[in-house]
Design a protein around this ligand. Structure first.
Ligand SMILES: Cc1cc2nc3c(=O)[nH]c(=O)nc-3n(C[C@H](O)[C@H](O)[C@H](O)COP(=O)(O)O)c2cc1C
Length: 445
């Protein structure tokens, strides 16, 4: 079973109420905060921790950031690759992932950042490839609006071809480092990419030699039809968000079939499903923890995160106002959020209140709450069905939520033989059981 820590280089976890918890650490701008989280992940033998990212504050609600900063709604966002470097220098084994957008960066730059990280961490780097979700990111990065949903993925396909192209341009034995004879590297083993496509021009030669993992591990979390096709083509670790075992199983099987149809080995894609565990020594203690946590959540957290995720200003409607068919179709952010509401609202015209209740983006409403045995039972069932190859562990607040999981649930998973008790290899690919990719392998997909 793979375990991935879902991390944020920000003032709270994904849930704004996190910073309001009495035992949350508030030194989120210090290296020590991230070093501590990294060491905790490593103590729990996690495969990796990864930082999510968004290139804007969630200030879509009422078009204003005052509520965002006053309520501390994911308003601080540090650069995840810099934070990752600090974490990498404080750890030895745990893999380290960060999110970078294909829509707002140049492929040469991204290829170089993650290759550098892979070298400096001895082969522990991963890149979570996202296409970005809302217009506020566009407005920070040189545009008025984001690209249309599927067009983002079309552009991202070319982005990935350029990145992989550069990653492959130094052959494994290009570096010679022969000081007596004055030969640094073989000229015939370092190639120029010379890419000229619809969206990108990138010549090369690339300036970072091939990395310990061949190239960093590629993470992807597309949930829509177009997004899942992209994930099946490029992803090595796939994140999914699914609350029901039956539909998770369908998604899991579909991904593996889709990857096989593209000529990929389905075992070389690891699907990790998102879960928010709230654990206590007893069930009652876990329920108390959830209740205490949610007592500090606010409606504005929910409305602000819905606006951000769906690229729509929810302040333009009252809580009992409905969305008609045309309005639903126009929601252009994370379509999986909209689709979940349409599936569960019990009405073709869901209200704002339905969105708040069903998505629960700002509370622990979808958490798995229980003692260590109950949480491990849940994970074992999903893993052995199989509906996933592992889990992305979201935390209520840091570092307490992560520490509770590591101290209470991980030993139970280890006792059952579901999870490692020590690291056996040194790279992230070793932990995940992923081979070093052959140069040009991606071209087949
Ligand atoms: C566990 C997980 C983590 C994600 N992290 C990010 C992130 O850091 N930044 C981001 O813009 N999107 C993130 N996403 C959103 C996905 O990249 C994707 O846009 C979303 O799942 C919807 O799929 P679609 O793009 O195919 O509509 C994440 C999704 C999941 C399930």
């Amino acid at each position: 079973m793979a375990l991935v820590g879902f991390l944020q280089a920000q003032n709270c976890t994904t849930i704004p109420a996190a910073w309001r918890q009495p035992d949350a650490r508030l030194d989120f701008t210090t290296a020590d905060y991230y070093r501590h989280i990294g060491r905790t992940l490593e103590r729990g033998c996690f495969d990796l921790g990864f930082f999510d990212d968004r290139l804007a504050m969630p200030d879509m609600y009422a078009g204003d950031h005052e509520h965002t900063v006053e309520n501390g709604i994911r308003c601080v966002k540090l650069d995840p690759t810099v934070v990752l470097t600090a974490m990498g220098m404080a750890t030895e084994h745990v893999g380290l992932g960060a999110t970078y957008s294909t829509t707002y960066h140049q492929p040469f730059h991204v290829a170089r950042v993650f290759s550098t990280l892979d070298h400096l961490t001895g082969g522990r780097a991963a890149w979570n490839v996202v296409t970005s979700v809302n217009d506020n990111e566009a407005r920070n990065m040189g545009f008025d609006h984001g690209l249309e949903h599927d067009a983002r993925y079309d552009q991202a396909d070319e982005f990935m071809e350029v990145v992989h192209g550069h990653w492959d341009t130094w052959e494994d034995d290009a570096l010679v480092l022969d000081r007596p004879n004055g030969l640094f590297a073989r000229g015939d083993k370092v190639h120029r990419l010379d890419h000229r496509g619809e969206h990108y021009i990138s010549r090369g030669p690339f300036t970072v030699p091939r990395t310990p993992q061949g190239h960093p591990v590629v993470i992807q979390a597309g949930q829509s039809g177009r997004g899942q096709r992209f994930a099946a083509r490029w992803g090595e670790v796939i994140f999914a968000s699914n609350l029901r075992l039956a539909s998770a199983k369908v998604q899991y099987d579909k991904l593996k079939v889709e990857a096989a149809n593209l000529g990929r080995n389905p075992d070389h894609l690891k699907l990790a499903t998102l879960m928010f565990p709230v654990v206590g020594r007893t069930h009652a203690e876990a329920e108390d923890r959830r209740a205490a946590f949610d007592s500090l959540a606010r409606d504005i957290d929910e409305l602000s995160l819905l606006s951000e995720g769906l690229n729509f200003d929810f302040s333009t409607k009252g809580v009992d106002d409905t969305f008609n068919e045309a309005e639903l179709a126009a929601l252009s952010g994370i379509q999986a959020i909209r689709d979940r509401v349409m599936e569960r609202a019990g009405s073709a015209e869901p209200t704002v209140r339905d969105f708040m209740r069903i998505t629960g983006r700002a509370s622990l409403s979808h958490a798995i709450v229980g003692d260590p045995v109950e949480i491990a039972d849940y994970m074992e069932e999903w893993f052995t069905t199989p509906a996933c190859d592992g889990f992305v562990i979201g935390c209520s607040h840091q570092p307490a939520g992560l520490e509770q999981f590591v101290d209470l649930v991980v030993p139970e998973l280890q006792r059952r033989g579901l999870f490692r008790s020590e690291y056996r290899g040194s790279t992230l690919r070793d932990h995940l059981g992923l081979p070093i990719p052959q140069p040009g392998e991606w071209k087949g997909a």
